[in-house]
Structure formats: C-alpha cells, structure tokens
Design a protein around this ligand. Structure first.
Ligand code: 13P
Length: 252
C-alpha cells in the first residue's frame, strides 16, 4: 500500500452481472493510471472474473466485501481469507454497517475477521461509524472508539499499517446525506489520535471516509485533514462517476 497516495475503494455491495462487470472494468482499466491508489470490492462470485480483467491494470487492486473469521473446514457457505488471497484479492472489507446490522456481526466478530485477513496478508478495511440516534445522543466518538478497540484487541501485535480504517456514518450510507466536512474532520482526527496511541505509527494508517461520496462532493471531502481516501458505494457502480471520484483523489 502506497501511504503517500489517497486510496479510493469501490464497494459494489450485492450488485453486478458478468456482462455489466466486464463493461465497467474495461472502461475503468482503460482510463487508469491515476495519481491515487484504487481498489474494487466485488461480490464473491465475480472475484475470479474481476481478477482476470484487472490483471492488465496493476494499479487497480481487487477486494472482497466479507470474509470468514475461520481458517477452513466445516463452515458451510463461508469464504476464507486464504481463498480470497488465492483469487488475487489484496483487500477485504470487514465490519461494514450493513453486515453489523443485517447479519448481526458484533465487534468481536469484526475483529476476528480482520485478524483472519491479516493472517494471510490481506489488508482489512475495517468499517466503523455511528447511527443517527448515536450521533444525536452525542456518543459518536465513544461508539467509533469502542468499535476500533475491539479490532485492536484481536489484531494485537500485527502491523497497523496493514489495516485500513473507514469511517462510515450509518446515516450517510446510501441516503444521499453526507456528513459535513466538520463532522468528518472531527471523527477522522479522533481516529488518527486513536491509531497513534494504539498502533504507534498511526500516520501510516489510511483512514477512508464513506457515505454518499459522489463526483460532486468528493473533492471537498478529500480536502479534509486526515481523510486519506474514500469508500464508495452507489457511485462505484457507474464507471464515469467512480473515475471522477478517483480523479478528485488524485489532485492531492
Ligand atoms: P454509498 O456511497 O452508496 O452511500 O455507500 C457507502 C458505503 O456503504 C460504502 O461501503
């Protein structure tokens, strides 16, 4: 991971088709060569296809959206970190709020998934963020710190510059509501201080912002101190929009 460049990661969530993916990846790889690092996290069934199509564009990394906390064995339906690595993944998202809420993943599970990823050399993108109720209650920083502490407890001793952190306020995901630059700045500064305290060399830790990032707001979000890039949902499904966001990240 190049620590000097911003990192833009697309999270396709449960979207895609063989034909649509091929068209998207062809357009993106044609235009690649940006001054930012890029990754695309695709659904499990499309990893092999994306791995093949991205092989000509080494600056675009491949990622998955989930991973098993277990190494191998009788875990029907699970996908291990080693399998993701085998398929050419460099990244895996863990602890996305959709998994925490819809699939009841708790802080401990998220931490163990991060550990499983690190164990095979994958970079976990650890998502943290508060709900609207938590923000209104004034406990945003406590919630985020608790989520981060749970991961640190599991990955103790593993190099922190191999963990990417993503602040995604739950209320800003897919809602069209973006956190203000002040809100983003406050939480990212607090995460930076946390990374420095817990991991020592926290400057090398990439901290992404996610939640309704679009071509129209990417530049101002990327200008916020301690924002090292973005985790992009809806806008990563449209090649033109994703590329525009990458271009905004390359300007720094
Ligand atoms: P949107 O960009 O669609 O708000 O999604 C953000 C997200 O959840 C990325 O992981």
């Amino acid at each position: 991971m190049d620590v000097s460049k911003k990192l833009v990661v697309g999270n396709w969530k449960m979207n895609g088709s063989l034909a649509g993916n091929a068209a998207f990846l062809e357009e993106v790889t044609k235009s690649a060569g940006f001054g930012c690092a890029m990754a695309i996290c695709v659904p499990f069934p499309y990893l092999a296809q994306a791995s093949h199509l991205l092989s000509s564009a080494s600056e675009i990394a491949l990622g998955a959206q989930n991973v098993s906390e277990f190494d191998e064995g009788a875990y029907t339906g699970e996908v291990s970190a080693r399998m993701l690595s085998d398929l050419g993944c460099s990244y895996v998202i863990v602890g996305h709020s959709e998994r925490r809420t819809l699939f009841r993943e708790d802080d401990g599970t998220v931490g163990r998934k991060a550990r499983a990823a690190l164990g095979v050399g994958l970079l976990p993108i650890v998502c943290v963020g508060e709900t609207l109720a938590q923000r209104n209650d004034g406990v945003t920083l406590e919630v985020v710190t608790r989520q981060l502490d749970a991961v640190a407890a599991e990955v103790d001793g593993l190099a922190v510059d191999r963990v990417v952190l993503a602040y995604e306020p739950v209320w800003a995901i897919g809602s069209g509501l973006t956190a203000t630059t002040e809100q983003v700045g406050e939480v990212h500064a607090s995460i930076r201080v946390w990374a420095q305290r817990v991991f020592g060399g926290g400057v090398a830790t990439k901290i992404l912002y996610g939640g309704s990032v679009k071509p129209g707001n990417a530049a101002e979000l990327f200008a916020v101190p301690n924002v090292d890039g973005g985790l992009i949902g809806g806008a990563s499904l449209v090649a033109r929009d994703f590329l525009a966001i990458c271009r905004a990240a390359a300007d720094y």
